[in-house]
Design a protein around this ligand. Structure first.
Ligand code: ZN
Length: 461
């Protein structure tokens, strides 16, 4: 294809040249754009008579980040509303950018945990490159972040920072002890007992002796670990990234007193938190609505939000996809200042589009997921009842997309993504399908995440 003619023709005949209209950018006399070359997209650079066409690989992404600063992630958590939209497929960003053109929030387009990387056979480089390509092709210039999500080890923190990730989510779960012990610490008793901590808005936090000993036991080590990471990489290392503390992957919910204690200790030691992710009461399971007592959730959300305001960070809501019944109170109590994390819901949308347009392929994937469901529960906590999933043999093709309205079948597909995507039988066929239905997928993602933001009360731009 003669891309030079596209440039000489004034970059107007987009269709004739398979060029993505918003991707045309110029810098230093070179015109860059992304074109659809059939089975794949290519990056084209034209300067005078010189036309270079290259694959959308890591070098191409590095080049774009160098030439066009908006394609490089930046710290965005300082923005009132931020949403992590982890993309396990590397193709969801094209739909995600549409959402944030419309709603007044900034995205963390690149957000994967080590668990997700392992399960999808990807690297942090791949994840960042996918974000760069998405914003470049769609000309999304508002800024986006990159979150090394649920990092537990120093080496993973180093890996993410080395690549220029702009947010670190430190997962302290391995340093958080389960309920059952207590540590009596005179120093802490002097600091916390017999005192009333006024966090404003008419809210106070107090500690009794037993509770304090329990909290020191559960969180003591985690606080030390988070402080050490902060001092090593942020104070000494000079990292310019948003720091999130995640204490959500624990067995028991984080009580307001526990939340306050952890935050008070960390800020007292000089740790600057951009966000904290407590574990809320009830169940925040992947890909389905909130499970639990909504009244109690609202009451606790109110205090968690007050604590966050008091210390000056944002509350981070993990496993935040599809929590439609909880969104209104989250928006209200945080006063529309929050970080919401979603991860796999765009994968579910991708599979829903498969169910709509390629029922045969969907049926194969579904059968495979059923067969391998137990393996996948090693990685995710869900209460899925496979018996509640309709037998596909009695469903017509038209009924397949309806499966994505049922919690149990959503979770079946939600947690088996790694096994499905790493399976040779499916990987290429699925990606080929998504390429063919790219526009429909982008719209599905945009409308689904858009519904999240609308329900939480996010203003439009
Ligand atoms: Zn989490």
């Amino acid at each position: 294809m003669n891309y030079k003619a596209f440039v000489e023709g004034g970059c107007v005949d987009f269709k004739g040249f398979g060029v993505y209209p918003k991707s045309v950018h110029e810098a230093d006399g070179v015109v860059y754009f992304v074109a659809d070359a059939g089975e794949k997209d290519v990056l084209v650079a034209v300067k005078g008579d010189d036309v270079q066409v290259c694959d959308m690989n890591h070098e191409a992404a590095e080049l774009l980040r160098k030439v066009f600063p908006f394609t490089k992630p930046v710290p965005v958590l300082g923005n009132p509303r931020t949403v992590g939209v982890g993309d396990r497929l590397g193709i969801a960003g094209y739909g995600h950018t549409r959402v944030f053109e419309k709603y007044d929030a900034l995205p963390i387009l690149c957000q994967q945990s080590i668990r997700e990387l392992n399960l999808t056979n990807r690297t942090f480089e791949d994840v960042m490159d996918a974000g760069t390509f998405a914003v470049f092709r769609e000309n999304f210039t508002k800024g986006f972040g990159a979150d090394g999500d649920h990092l537990k080890l120093r080496e993973d923190v180093e890996y993410a920072l080395r690549l220029g990730y702009t947010m670190l989510t430190l997962d302290c779960s391995e340093h958080i002890k389960e309920d059952g012990g207590s540590v009596v610490c005179p120093e802490m008793e002097a600091k916390y007992l017999g005192k009333t901590f006024d966090i404003g808005e008419g809210q106070t936090i107090t500690f009794d002796k037993d509770e304090l000993a329990k909290i020191v036991y559960i969180y003591g080590e985690a606080i030390d670990y988070a402080t050490e990471i902060w001092e090593t990489y942020f104070v000494k290392g000079g990292a310019k990234a948003d720091f999130e503390l995640s204490i959500d992957e624990t067995m028991t919910p984080t009580s307001p007193a526990q939340h306050f204690f952890v935050a008070n200790e960390l800020t007292g030691r000089g740790v600057k938190l951009a966000t904290v992710a407590p574990r809320f009461c009830g169940e925040f399971q992947k890909g389905v609505d909130y499970i639990g007592d909504l009244d109690q959730f609202e009451k606790e959300m109110k205090v968690h939000a007050q604590i966050a305001r008091y210390f000056g960070y944002k509350l981070s809501i993990h496993s935040g996809s599809d929590k439609f019944s909880a969104f209104p109170s989250i928006g209200r109590e945080t006063r529309e200042i929050f970080h919401l994390k979603t991860a796999g819901t765009n994968w579910l949308e991708a599979m829903r589009v498969v169910a709509i347009h390629d029922p045969k392929l969907y049926r194969e994937v579904h059968a495979f997921a059923l067969e391998h469901f137990n393996e996948a529960t090693a990685y995710y906590h869900v209460t899925t009842d496979l018996n509640k999933i309709p037998n596909l043999a009695v469903l017509t093709d038209d009924e397949l997309p309806g499966l994505f309205k049922l919690n149990d079948s959503r979770q079946l597909i939600h947690i088996t993504y790694g096994l499905i995507l790493q399976n040779e039988k499916f990987h290429d066929r699925l990606y080929k399908f998504w390429r063919k239905y790219a526009e429909e997928y982008a719209e599905a993602v945009a409308s689904h995440i858009g519904k999240h933001l609308e329900t939480i009360g996010c203003p439009l731009r």
